[in-house]
Design a protein around this ligand. Sequence first.
Ligand code: SF4
Length: 339
Amino acid sequence: MPDTALPILDVRGLKTVFRTRGGEVHAVNSVDFHLRPGELLGVVGESGSGKSVTMMSLLRLLPSPPAEMRDGSVMFDGQDLLKISSEELRQVRGSRIGFISQDPMTSLNPVYTVGFQLAEPLRAHLGMSKAEARARSVELLKLVGISDPERRLKDYPHQFSGGMRQRVMIAIALACDPKVLIADEPTTALDVTIQAQIIELVKDLRKKLGMAIIWITHDLGVIAGIADRVMVMYAGQVVEEGPVGEIFRDPQHPYTQALLKTVPAVRGPRAERLQVIEGQPPIMHDAPDACSFRNRCQYAFDRCAEANPALTPVHVPGHRAACFLLDTAATKEPEAVDG
Ligand code: SF4
């Protein structure tokens, strides 16, 4: 995939605020990013970093209220998804952008068979007849590695194991041959062996179908072998982005450096979930006017409390990080971070 290809998805200045009883929460703060055709972008950050809310915002999946989109544009295929009608957006979500959530049980409807849930988007968006939709549903279940697909179409979601339900979700997301697939922590609820199988499946499907993928995860280790580019989020902002090899070889932001130090060298059945640096991402009651990471950063200095660092180009094209250490060219190798 050439670096110069025009983006299929181009997000600019996205801002999302939640109105809560305790005041406003600035969950997404001027996020810019793009996705090129066929590319796999890994979006990484701890829970509460704003990665899922960013993706839900661009698909307009957040309930409003309490969510409020304050600003930004989301250009997809020549349309701004924030400006089109709800009906147009339903068409886009159902056919041209597929979405896989963390927990298939909350996305699959327990009272309908898997066959019905696969056929529904095919009939609604592609106008297929019942027989055509059934044939395509069988194909889709085969594609995601579910054996005996004709029989399994009659089963309900609870009759599938966790890993198989996630495969069904992937089949539904792929039903209309989307150009973009957004996968929100798709392996988090699964055990390590099944996780590895789902990752292999997505790699294989990407090769076969050529769609672009956004893979959201809290675990940098998961995307090491599959992503082209990585975007690291913290407190609703992008703090670093770049080619995957560059992010692993030469991370510039102290948060990325700390995240990397927590990736287990050997992932096995005993590997634990990512344990990150002490403390939590802050709840942003105001738009950021200082570095949001300063309370957890071992390099913080006066300036970090006075302004919010912007993304700055590093050495390699496409690699950018938001840290004042880059301005002083004094980035140093961090000490080991406990955890
Ligand atoms: Fe740390 Fe300051 Fe860089 Fe923020 S701007 S990551 S606080 S050194």
